[in-house]
Write a protein that binds this ligand. Structure first.
Ligand code: ATP
Length: 263
């Protein structure tokens, strides 16, 4: 569905990504793990075309979505194709109501006809948002704001959802709920590329996973295989494994062999 090949991205003198390759198969959840500054957000920005807003530049490589090269497209075209990003930090409009925020999500969508059904889907997934639909978004809790950010993205009918650290700043129980929501969204047919520092949650919901290390892919494979590696155990699951949602679930299909990426 999505193929990133040999992608290098720079911000001026800073090399944020160096020949990164990654695949998101149709109907899958793919997690990207990595510490601060590893280049996770840059990867999502390059896919959604928003890297230019951050003064980022694609130096080499390509990104194709369902066979179409998207790395030269603008963000609006990418959204119209069905690739929708939820940025880190939610970025909801605090002064607008829940309903109004959801309406902004539908604005870039190609299929405005399906707006009602998209809203129904959002309220089904998040009954809490239905209860609070006329309230200003600033009054919602952190978890509810994250749900609104996800709901807003769903209003654009994504085929591929790009999620940037949805667990950021949320209590473990809420993170658990976000994980369940990601699984449900995926079950309903939307693929998800999930950037996370919460490796426990990410590996539990993902089929495939990649580890980014200072701009390069250091490991990739099935989520289950990655979770069993010493590196992931030590660096990403070491302290949090017991506090979060337990062991990753078994992968849902036959996945790529775990391998070290040579760059
Ligand atoms: P975090 O988990 O902290 O969000 P990340 O893995 O998402 O980190 P990026 O935000 O993609 O990493 O950053 C990758 C590198 O690019 C870092 O060295 C960062 O300082 C740098 N960088 C990111 N955005 C910019 C920018 N707009 N201008 C200059 N450098 C940037």
């Amino acid at each position: 569905m999505l193929t990133v090949e040999g992608l290098s991205v720079r911000y001026g003198a800073v090399q944020a990504l160096d020949r990164v390759s990654l695949e998101v198969p149709d109907q899958s959840v793919v997690a990207v793990l990595g510490s601060n500054g590893a280049g996770k957000s840059t990867l999502l920005r390059a896919i959604s075309g928003t890297h230019r807003l951050h003064k980022g530049r694609i130096e080499q490589g390509s990104i194709s979505y369902e066979g179409q090269p998207v790395h030269k497209m603008n963000p609006a075209t990418t959204v119209a194709l069905g690739v929708v990003q939820i940025p880190e930090g939610r970025r909801i409009f605090g002064r607008l109501t829940v309903d109004e925020n959801l309406r902004t999500g539908a604005m870039g969508a190609k299929r405005s006809a399906g707006r009602g059904s998209a809203r129904d889907r959002v309220f089904e997934l998040f009954p809490r948002l239905l209860e609070r639909r006329t309230q200003r978004a600033a009054l919602l809790s952190g978890g509810e704001q994250q749900m609104l950010a996800i709901g807003r993205a769903l209003m654009a009918h994504p085929n591929l959802l790009l999620m940037d650290e949805p667990s950021l700043g949320l209590a473990p129980q809420v993170v658990e709920q976000i994980g369940e929501i990601i699984l449900e969204i995926n079950r309903q047919g939307t693929s998800v590329l999930l950037v996370e520092q919460n490796a426990s949650m990410a590996l539990r919901v993902a089929d495939l996973a990649y580890v980014l290390d200072v701009g390069t892919v250091s490991l990739h494979g099935s989520a289950e295989e990655l979770a069993a590696t010493d590196e992931v155990q030590k660096l990403y699951l070491g302290h949090g494994a017991g506090q979060q949602s337990g062991a990753p679930r078994a992968p849902r299909r036959s996945l790529t062999q775990l391998s070290r990426w040579s760059g």
